[in-house]
Design a protein around this ligand. Structure first.
Ligand SMILES: [Zn+2]
Length: 248
């Protein structure tokens, strides 16, 4: 009994499986690229939100500081007046010390204010940069969304077609042979190999003469002892297929 119809069915199945794998990989890649951009956008939104909150907090602190500075400047004025009303040197010295201390506190607070202003300016600049990056990404995503969705939908359609093609091919393969095929395919990616001159076409292992002789008879499949792929004999002529002229 010849195994030629089984070889043809298995080879067709293997070629559909290769196409399916390529399609699935492309789909996964496309989906991951989309998800990557979406999560980058979400990350930028989150950082912007945090940046804006932090600016608001700093501005509240700045308003408090401004209030303090106004109060302190009133105190400094009062202290100056007190100094001008002093009647003896002892009073004047004490008032002078108080005035100096108040002025120093005022200067310290002023420096706090300058630092805070610097931080607010920096945070605003960072927020502007982030906002620009975010807007660019959002418009890039918006512009490519239709393209990506179209490509995804097309790939899904092809995938469905290939999957039903595959189901039809599976019916043509002997059940036990198909189980072996699936077992090897899941481990190796591909499950079928041939030999023409005594080596496995997939792993290039030299086959035992007895195995080669058995395959040469063409009435049963073998298994490569090295990569475990399903093996069959393919004559030299078919090793370099020129499908257009040979199919007849
Ligand atoms: Zn092999």
């Amino acid at each position: 009994m010849t195994i030629t119809p089984q070889i043809e069915a298995l080879e067709a199945l293997a070629s559909v499986d290769a196409e399916l794998k390529e399609l699935n990989d492309a789909l996964t890649q496309e989906r991951e690229a989309l998800r990557g951009k979406q999560s980058h956008l979400a990350g930028l939104d989150e950082r912007l939100e945090r940046g804006k909150k932090s600016i608001e907090e700093m501005e509240r602190t700045r308003a408090d500081l401004l209030g303090e500075l106004r109060q302190m400047s009133v105190q400094v004025e009062r202290s100056r007046e007190k100094l001008s009303r002093c009647r003896n040197e002892r009073e004047a010295n004490a008032a002078q010390r108080e005035l100096e201390e108040l002025k120093k506190l005022y200067r310290d607070r002023e420096q706090d204010m300058e630092r805070l202003d610097g931080l607010i300016t920096q945070a605003r600049e960072e927020t502007r940069t982030l906002q620009a990056e975010r807007d660019a990404l959002a418009s890039e995503l918006g512009a490519s969304e239709n393209d990506v969705m179209g490509r995804l939908a097309q790939a899904e359609t092809t995938l469905a077609e290939k999957t039903s093609q595959r189901a039809a091919l599976v019916k043509r393969v002997d059940a036990q042979l198909y189980r072996r095929y699936e077992l090897v395919r899941k481990r190796r990616g591909t499950a079928i190999a041939y030999t023409t001159t005594g080596t496995c076409s997939a792993c290039h292992m030299q086959l035992q003469p007895m195995l080669f002789q058995k395959l040469l008879r063409g009435d049963e499949f073998g298994q490569c002892p090295s990569c475990h792929r399903i093996l069959y004999f393919r004559p030299e002529m078919r090793a370099e297929p020129d499908q257009s002229s040979e199919s007849a």
